[in-house]
Design a protein around this ligand. Sequence first.
Ligand code: NAD
Length: 477
Amino acid sequence: MNIISSILSPDALDDSGGMAVANPATGEELARVRTYTAQEVDGMIHAAEAARRDWAAETAKFRADKLRDWFNLIIAHREQLAEICTLECGKPLAEARAELDYAASFVEWFAEEARRAYGETIPSFAAGKEILVRKEPVGTCAAITPWNFPLAMITRKSAPALAAGCAMVMKPSEATPLSALALEALAVKAGIPAAILRIVPSADPAETGRLFCTHPVIRKISFTGSTAVGKLLLEQAGSTVKKACMELGGNAPFIVFEDADIDAAVEGAMIAKFRNAGQACIGANRLLVQQGVHDRFVGALAERAAALKVGNGMDPESQIGPLINDRALEKVERLTDAALGDGATRVCGGGRHNAGAQFYTPTVLTGVRQDMAIAQQEIFGPVASIIPFADEAEAIRIANDTRSGLASYCYTGDLGRAWRVMGALEYGMVAINEGLLGTEVAPFGGIKESGIGREGSRHGMDEYLELKYVLMGGLRG
Ligand code: NAD
């Protein structure tokens, strides 16, 4: 029995006809998963709706205990889950372990938050009347997740939903359904009713997405993925006035001022840019570096980037894995070549890597301008684009010159500047002198075209709760 069939339910696999899942590092087929027709998914949505009232009627402690049991099982299977994640999405095993811990942290956090969904009372406007506000579960929810964090995107959405008393039907990316199915199997083992959390791989994402968004039973759609698909889903969800949580693409600026600790900035940039081979929505897409420290920063970053070990994520030495597919590789290549043709300069890298068909060499480009495609679009690859700037006002202007507003980073040793720049950045998240900001305790999410809603933190729980205003009259004796 291999690692995949040791965790997944046998029903989730279909060796004869299912959807093939390949290892992006080697092209080798890992498994074939069962997919579901629209009619079958419709049945699961109705089953979820039928089961969710009993789930919501249980005490918050009951749901918390189930989530806690799920968390313990996830941790107990840490190595297997990390390995499955690396096999299907390519990231180095050390990063997959870190993602697993991040994924588990949402289950633990929302197990705790389940018991704190407090309502409120409001001083009344009249004698003999009382006002209270209850928090009630939204209902049956649907979610669609991407391939770049195949474990964490499942738990970041499902754990708050389940904690709140909702049911959840989820479609993982067709590139990475195995991590999601492994988590589902462990949820069932933890005693979470199968109908309350369903993972439904689909070979036709557009059809499943349309079904989720137009289905009258589904009360909320939660999506993480590209802005283009998010816009389409929002449009479709309008037909049934669903609540929506959209975690979409970013175009993060990473600003380095002359007064910064440059070694720390280089360290932060290595994480913010090269984690998951640059395939992260909060990845540093534009490195804005002040002229006085430009050459020093670029020299140090290029030295570190050129030393990164590129290879199969299962090799413990690997630091940069493959890109997810040919399309992703071609996009990175196209944006880099266009930038070079437009006057950018290659400091290191700049082409495919011989580790395999889907590998790209860590690259540093200088002389990038904000009007280049590489600065306007998400690169989603291991290419650091450096844009020089003269002063604070110019850095802020360039940083905000995008329709995205997810994550942003700023390195400075000046407290006043840190505060000013933080306030001026039009982003849902700002990291000052830090290159990594994901944590279950803080609200993750974007503004502008990067999305709607927040995940993680106590605010992540509110996304799955409705407010019910109750006016009690006739109380005068
Ligand atoms: P994608 O939008 O192509 O796919 C995401 C999901 O949407 C997948 O499950 C896919 O099957 C599904 N999908 C594709 N077309 C669809 C359609 N027509 N209808 C319904 N569903 C459809 O994005 P991707 O390439 O998988 O992921 C990369 C993108 O996700 C990047 O833009 C990245 O910034 C974004 N992302 C955002 C966050 C965040 O939290 N904001 C986190 C991770 C990734």
